[in-house]
Design a protein around this ligand. Structure first.
Ligand code: PMV
Length: 313
């Protein structure tokens, strides 16, 4: 049996994080510079049915039977077997590697899941469709995040810019006027489930106020979708600035993120905002190709522990 491998990109949310959990639209794009990879190899010496999972980055080297079913990688394998109604797969080893930073809002969990599902189902001779992968990966996302909106598994499965509303058909976007996006990592690790939980409590306490904030964020995502599809791109910057201010009001920014956002704007970015769950993790800034280098330098000087530049097109 041959070896099967699959990749999945990282992702970043351009507009609409948190509000998307409450039914508002959001926009996300894939980040191809970072990727998760899964390789499945037959294991001729192992007993039939044995699936070994190896992920050196998290010191994992165990068989499926040894792992708790809720372990996210094991859950991804179980989900594929259940979807394909396969009880005893040919013995194999699944190796997982990733260059996507963990707990930084770049979708590492969803990307690993998608790569494993694609490679393992191909190994079994019955590759899952994008639709199936997306739906199954959403179930696994719940293990990582509690109550995810589904935006991560969607943008990562389709590997294209998406306009996403929970429960609605997926809309991929064709960006007419490409631009550079600089991603700056604050270096502060911040689990998404915590900020999502805090926002939920604040929403319960101040329902109408938070609903109004979410609605305005949804409008920004809608305006951004129009600009992405019809141009021009530059006014996206002002929408980002407003989205960041709304995220500050919601309580998910942090002094480190605010400092990076400010530094990017001063260096000539069109606009900047935090991206993802917030409190830590990443911020993003839009710029033209010439200014992106200056923005990178400014972010590094302001304390970013890692920067990435990606072209959105
Ligand atoms: O932290 P990230 O990039 O995985 O994004 C979380 C986005 C939220 O809207 C806060 C939660 C969600 O599930 O959509």
């Amino acid at each position: 049996m041959p070896v099967f491998s699959a990749y999945a990109p990282g992702k970043i949310i351009l507009f609409g994080e948190h509000a998307v959990v409450y039914g508002r639209p959001a926009v996300a794009v894939p980040v191809q510079q970072v990727q998760a990879r899964a390789v499945v190899e037959p294991d001729l010496r192992a007993p039939s049915g044995q699936v070994r999972l190896q992920a050196n980055a998290i010191n994992l080297n165990q068989t499926l039977a040894e792992l708790p079913p809720g372990q996210p990688l094991a859950a991804a394998v179980h989900a594929v077997l259940a979807a394909l109604a396969i009880g005893k797969p040919p013995a194999c080893t699944i190796r997982v590697t990733s260059t996507i930073p963990v707990a930084a809002g770049l979708g590492s969990g969803a990307a690993v899941t998608v790569a494993v599902m694609r490679a393992f189902s191909a190994f079994l001779g019955r590759p899952l469709t994008d639709e199936q992968v997306c739906a199954l990966a959403f179930e696994i996302e719940k293990l990582y995040h509690g109550t995810p909106s589904g935006i991560d598994n969607t943008v990562i499965t389709y590997a294209q810019p998406v306009y996403f509303i929970q429960g609605q058909p997926i809309k991929t976007l064709r960006v007419v006027e490409g631009f550079s996006m600089v991603i700056g990592d604050s270096g502060v690790k911040s689990p998404t489930a915590v900020s999502v939980g805090d926002v939920r409590r604040a929403w319960q306490a101040q329902h109408d106020w938070f609903e109004a904030l979410f609605s305005r964020i949804g409008e920004l995502a809608q305006e951004a979708c129009h600009l992405l599809e019809h141009g021009p791109s530059r006014p996206l910057g002002a929408l980002m600035d407003e989205n960041h201010a709304l995220l500050q009001e919601i309580g998910v920014s942090s002094p480190e993120l605010d400092k990076l956002v400010q530094a990017a704007r001063q260096a000539g970015a069109w606009g900047a905002k935090l991206s993802g769950g917030g409190r830590g993790g990443n911020m993003i800034a839009l710029a033209d190709a010439e200014t992106a280098g200056q923005v990178v330098q400014a972010l590094q000087a302001a304390g970013a522990v890692r920067t990435l530049v990606t072209e959105v097109k």
